[in-house]
Write a protein that binds this ligand. Structure first.
Ligand code: IMP
Length: 437
C-alpha cells in the first residue's frame, strides 16, 4: 500500500518536520489530518527560516499536492498569512498545490479569545498550558454541532446565522471570564475578505486522497502533536482536542483504515513535553538542562522552554500499541553525546505490581507509579557525520538496538543532526529499502 502515516509517539515535538521532509521527497501527496495552528515546523527557504503552523512543508515542492484534511481546524487568517509570506519570498502557485477540506472546521476569533481567557483564569493545577490558538473551543463547537466549516464560506449569509448561533452559546462563558465577544459583523467582515481566496482552494479531500491511493500514488499522512496528546489516547485532560494518533489519520483524511499501508512512529532519543500534565521521567537537574540546551528544546509556536526527561520505553510500547506502529524513527540521538551515562525507563512500579506499558490513567497525581530505570553508558564522539548504523560509536549503537528490542518495532531511521543529510536511513516504506536522504 502506497500510504504512510507519520505519527508522534510522545508528547509532540519529536522532530516530525525533518522526517516528513525526508519521506516527502518520495511522496506525490501530503495530507495533514488533525490539529491546527498549534503545530509548528520550520521551513528552510534559501538562507531564511520560516515557522509555519498550517501549511505542510510539502508546499514548497512543485510536484507535491498538499491537503488539509477534514480532521483539522483551520484559522484562515493564519493560513493566508503563511501563503502571503511565502509569496513575498518568491514562491508561486502555492494555491494550485493546496486543497482544503470543505468539512474542516474553522477557528474563529472567539475561539482564540475563549482559549486565552480560560488559560489566563484557570487555577494553576487546571491550566492546560495550551498554545492559545483557539484549538479547544473550535473542536468543542464541532462536537457541540454548532461549528462552522470551511465549506460554509461558500454561502456567507447562511454562515452569519451559524456564527451568531455559536457565539450566543459562548456568551455566558465569555462574560463570566470578564471578556467581550466580538460582534457577528466584525467576525463576518474578516471572513468575507478571506472567502474569496479560500473558496477556490476547497475540495472533497476524502475523495482526492482515496483516489490517489487507488491510483498507486504515494501518499504521506502527516500527524501533528503526538500520541500522548491525543484526545482519546493521551494523558487526559492534559491533551489537545484532536485525534493526533494514527487512528485520526483515517477519519481526519477521510479514508478507510485499510487504506493505510505503514505507520511510522517518531520518538526522540529522550523525552520532552510542553504545557502542563504528568511527565514521570522528567528531569530537573543538569541532565535535564543538557537535553534542553543541546537539544534547543524551546517551543516553535510559543517559544516556551520544553520540559525534558529520559526516554520512556513503556510510553513507546503504549504508542506502538494504540497506533499500530510498524517502524520507528529515532530523532536527536546526537543530543545525548557527551553524557557520561544515559538512563532509560523500562517499566513502571504500580500498586498492582510492575507493568511494561505506560499506566496512562495512573500518572496523575505524580507519585502513584514509579519509573524503573536501567543505566547505559554514554559516548563522547560526535554523530553528525555518521550515515550507517555500524559506524555509530558502540554505545550509541547499543542504545538504538535497545530501543528497537524494547519497543518491539524495528528502527527505520535514526536522525543524528538537524540537517536532512544527517540521517541514517535503514528502511524507506515508499521504496521498500534504504534510500539515502
Ligand atoms: P492546544 O492544542 O493548544 O489546546 O494545547 C493543549 C496541550 O497540547 C498543551 O499542553 C500544549 O502545550 C500541547 N500542544 C499542542 N500542540 C503541540 C505541539 O505541536 N507540540 C507539543 N505540544 C503541543
Amino acid at each position: 500500500m502506497s500510504s504512510v502515516v507519520i505519527v508522534g509517539a510522545q508528547w509532540g515535538d519529536e522532530g516530525k518536520g525533518k522526517i516528513v521532509d525526508i519521506y516527502m521527497e518520495f511522496a506525490d501527496v501530503v495530507v495533514r489530518y488533525a490539529g491546527g495552528p498549534n503545530a509548528g515546523h520550520t521551513l528552510v527557504v534559501g538562507d531564511e527560516k520560516i515557522v509555519v503552523r498550517l501549511l505542510p512543508s510539502g508546499i514548497l515542492r512543485r510536484g507535491t499536492h498538499c491537503i488539509l484534511g477534514q480532521g483539522m481546524v483551520i484559522d484562515t487568517e493564519v493560513l493566508l498569512g503563511e501563503i502571503d509570506e511565502l509569496h513575498r519570498r518568491g514562491h508561486e502557485n502555492l494555491e494550485q498545490r493546496l486543497t482544503l477540506s470543505d468539512r474542516a472546521h474553522l477557528i474563529l476569533p472567539y475561539h482564540v479569545l475563549i482559549d486565552t481567557l480560560r488559560e489566563g483564569s484557570a487555577p494553576a493545577d487546571k491550566a492546560l498550558g495550551t498554545t492559545k490558538k483557539g484549538i479547544g473551543p473550535a473542536y468543542e463547537d464541532k462536537v457541540k454541532r454548532v461549528g462552522v466549516r470551511c465549506g460554509d464560506l461558500r454561502d456567507l449569509k447562511a454562515m452569519a446565522a451559524r456564527v451568531a448561533y455559536a457565539m450566543q452559546a459562548w456568551a455566558p462563558t465569555v462574560h463570566a471570564l470578564g471578556g467581550e465577544l466580538p460582534t457577528v459583523e466584525a467576525v463576518m467582515s474578516k471572513l468575507e475578505a478571506h472567502a474569496a481566496r479560500i473558496v477556490p482552494m476547497l475540495g472533497h479531500t476524502s475523495e482526492l486522497v482515496d483516489d490517489a491511493i487507488k491510483a498507486g500514488k504515494r501518499v504521506l499522512l502527516e500527524g501533528a502533536q503526538g500520541t500522548l496528546l491525543d484526545i482519546d489516547h493521551g494523558t487526559y485532560p492534559f491533551v489537545t482536542s484532536s485525534s493526533a494518533g494514527a487512528g485520526g489519520a483515517s477519519s481526519g483524511a477521510g479514508i478507510g483504515p485499510n487504506r493505510i499501508g505503514t505507520v511510522i512512529g517518531i520518538t526522540k532519543a529522550y523525552t520532552t513535553r510542553v504545557g502542563s500534565g504528568p511527565f514521570p521521567t522528567e528531569l530537573d537537574d543538569s541532565d535535564g538542562k543538557h537535553l534542553r540546551e543541546v537539544g534547543a528544546e524551546f517551543g516553535s509556536v510559543t517559544g516556551r522552554p520544553r520540559r525534558t526527561g529520559w526516554l520512556d520505553l513503556p510510553g513507546l510500547r503504549y504508542a506502538s500499541r494504540v497506533n499500530g506502529i510498524d517502524g520507528l524513527a529515532v530523532t536527536k540521538l546526537d543530543v545525548l553525546t557527551g553524557m557520561d551515562r544515559i538512563r532509560v525507563c523500562i517499566a513502571y512500579d504500580t500498586p498492582e505490581g510492575r507493568v511494561s506499558s505506560l499506566p496512562i490513567d495512573d500518572l496523575d497525581p505524580p507519585g502513584k507509579v514509579t519509573p524503573v530505570y536501567v543505566e547505559m553508558p554514554g559516548w563522547k564522539e560526535r554523530l553528525e557525520g555518521v550515515r550507517v548504523l555500524d559506524d555509530l560509536p558502540a554505545n550509541a549503537r547499543a542504545y538504538v538496538r535497545f530501543i528497537e528490542e524494547q519497543a518491539g518495532a524495528p528502527v527505520y531511521l535514526v536522525s543524528v543532526g538537524p540537517r536532512r543529510s544527517e540521517t541514517i536511513m535503514l528502511h524507506n516504506p515508499f521504496v521498500g529499502r534504504a534510500a539515502a536522504p
